[in-house]
Write a protein that binds this ligand. Structure first.
Ligand code: C2E
Ligand code: MG
Ligand code: MG
Length: 558
């Protein structure tokens, strides 16, 4: 129930938790009589409703009846305290409840008023005092939760946020958090040699740099001395935390200029991850601290992840990534070419370019490269390199052959993708019609609009567009109308259907619909003469697969 006593933009929102209607009417009239403030009074009649409202935290102040049926108003006070509600509560007691005053204050009441002895000025004054007091308390708490030197959250606030993160994690299992425990290396030397003033200035500068790197949802705290902690929430992957640690380390390595001094420092970082399954914030902090000590022991200026198994996996992934980064510069990437043939006349129609990495004696597959490169964004330079290499290769082969080059989601969604493709075509002198870019369905589903626009732009510079691995995703043929593809590549999974007839039927249906939409059709992964015969019977135009040729290095192609 809601009674607006006086409409005012700054009306104080009051909730009355009271089971007696007469008392509600009385309170409403008293508030209406008040001269200096405007009140908006809401009313609920039970303990449960009251608690529910309090947990919504939508009022400036609560008036709580001491006797609420079976329950007692003190319970509400205690619950509100536990919910961390900062709005004040005033307890309303009956005439005979004289001795609850102390209990009320202990339970967190801002004031208590005895019913029947309340008049309008008293009620108004009590409310104004309570509001003022809670404002002061809030301000005090604010300073109590900040580190005075750096103005970062202090340990108490950090632990509070961490406790909340644990709670969140318990409810939404899919979201991860990480705690980074940071300790400056050799800070004591700075402090002793340059003095405390510069030491303090350095801490402030470090705090600033850390804050500048943080997202709005991160919490960076100063725990004391030269120790900082960072709470990172909402990450998808363990590797994200490690990457952030790496970035922090790089950032801190950049020299600080303080008061005419150039100060070099580094930081050791310990990482604890929510995947360990923590229940108490102090345990997370402890493990990140242990990991930080391990980082120091292993030579400082580095990071360690607490969980060893995961640590191993993360490190391997990052090493792979680092090596892959260098692979481009070192010229270790290769392009292998797999023939695409016409089933109509058996002639070679073109090639698909597939990336490989010659890592020592080992040849690393495209799937391995692409999965890591997609995640880290490395796919953009790699993809561009493949594109230019493939077009250069095509120039050496004569005639009408086409070149198919894969474009991953990340690449397609680059704003300058069209410029890059146009430039690569320019550089090679190849007619755009001879280049086919292959995109998989998932891109279209996750980023339909952006993808459609970029594909149209590519279409406008006259390059061919193929939809790759069709049938493995979710798109229906009719939804493809909005995308300007001119070729559909049917995934090999249909060839493997235990019931060959059914597989063929599906391929036939897809193929005839594709033709209706003006698209050519290629079937991928043909390995046996029977499969080739089946596809020829259906009337499939183009085919690709081990039967016709494996992907090989250009020098192995005749
Ligand atoms: P894709 O584009 O569907 O390429 C065809 C894949 O099927 C290739 O695997 C090829 O070796 C394999 N394949 C061809 N014929 C047969 C066959 O008869 N039987 C079987 N079982 N497999 C066959 P590959 O080279 O390992 O590439 C895997 C995927 O990695 C590609 O699938 C493509 O999506 C991606 N990829 C490869 N190179 C690049 C690249 O340069 N850039 C991007 N973004 N992705 C690439
Ligand atoms: Mg492909
Ligand atoms: Mg494919």
């Amino acid at each position: 129930m809601n009674t607006l006593i006086e409409t005012d933009a700054r009306a104080v929102r009051v909730l009355l938790i009271e089971d007696d209607e007469d008392d509600f009417v009385l309170t409403r009239d008293l508030l209406a009589d008040s001269r200096r403030s405007a009140f908006q009074l809401d009313w609920v009649t039970s303990y449960e409703e009251g608690l529910h409202e309090i947990s919504r935290d939508a009022h400036d102040l609560y008036l709580v009846d001491y006797r609420l049926g079976e329950r007692d108003g003190l319970e509400i006070l205690r619950q509100a305290g536990q919910l961390g509600i900062t709005a004040p509560l005033i307890l309303l007691t009956g005439q005979g409840d004289g001795d609850v005053d102390l209990a009320a204050m202990r339970a967190g009441a801002a004031d208590y008023l005895i019913k029947g002895k309340i008049d309008a000025p008293l009620l108004e004054r009590s409310i104004r005092y309570a509001l003022e007091q809670s404002r002061t308390l809030r301000a005090l708490r604010q300073t109590a939760l900040r580190d005075a030197l750096t103005d970062l959250p202090n340990r108490a606030l950090f632990m509070d946020r961490l406790a909340r993160a644990i709670e969140m994690q318990r409810r939404h299992r899919e979201s991860l958090f990480a705690v980074l425990f940071l300790d400056l290396d050799r800070f004591k030397v700075v402090n002793d040699s340059l003095g405390h003033f510069l030491g303090d200035e350095l801490l402030i500068a470090v705090a600033k740099r850390l804050s500048a790197m943080a997202r709005a949802t991160d919490t960076i705290a100063r725990l004391g001395g030269d120790e900082f902690a960072m709470l990172i929430e909402g990450i998808d992957h363990v590797a994200d935390a490690v990457r952030i640690a790496q970035r922090i380390q790089d950032e801190i390595l950049v020299p600080f200029h303080i008061d005419g001094h150039e100060i070099f420092t580094s930081v050791s970082i310990g990482i604890a991850l929510s995947t360990t399954g923590y229940e108490r914030p102090q345990d997370v902090l402890r493990d990140s601290d242990i990991a930080m000590y391990r980082a120091k022991a292993h030579g400082k200026a580095r990071h360690e992840v607490f969980d060893t198994a995961m640590h191993q996996r993360t490190i391997e992934l990052l090493r792979f990534e680092t090596d892959l980064r260098r692979a481009i510069e070192r010229g270790e990437l290769r392009v292998h070419y797999q023939p695409i043939v016409s089933l109509r006349d058996g002639k070679l129609a073109g090639f698909e370019a597939l990336v490989r990495w010659q890592r020592g004696a080992e040849l690393i597959s495209a799937t391995e490269i692409v999965s890591v490169a997609e995640e880290t964004g490395l796919i953009v330079p790699i993809g561009e390199w493949v594109l230019r290499a493939a077009l250069r290769q095509l120039r050496e082969w004569d005639g009408e052959l086409h070149m198919h080059v894969n474009l991953s989601a990340r690449q397609l969604l680059q704003p300058n993708v069209v410029a890059i493709v146009a430039d690569a075509l320019d550089e090679s002198g190849i007619a755009p019609e001879r280049l086919h870019l292959e995109v998989t369905e998932s891109v279209l589903i996750d980023n339909a609009e952006a993808a459609a626009e970029l594909l149209r732009d590519l279409r406008n510079i006259r390059v061919g567009l193929s939809l790759d691995d069709f049938g493995t995703g979710y798109s229906s043929l009719s939804s493809l109308r909005q995308f300007p593809f001119d070729m559909l590549k049917i995934d090999r999974s249909f060839l493997l259907d235990a019931d060959a007839r059914r597989g063929d039927d599906i391929v036939r249906t897809i193929s005839s619909l594709a033709q209706l939409l003006g698209m050519q059709v290629t079937v991928e992964g043909l390995e046996t003469p029977e499969q080739v015969e089946r596809m020829r019977t259906i009337g499939i135009e183009f085919a690709q697969g081990f039967f016709f040729g494996m992907p090989v290095a250009p020098e192995e192609l005749r």
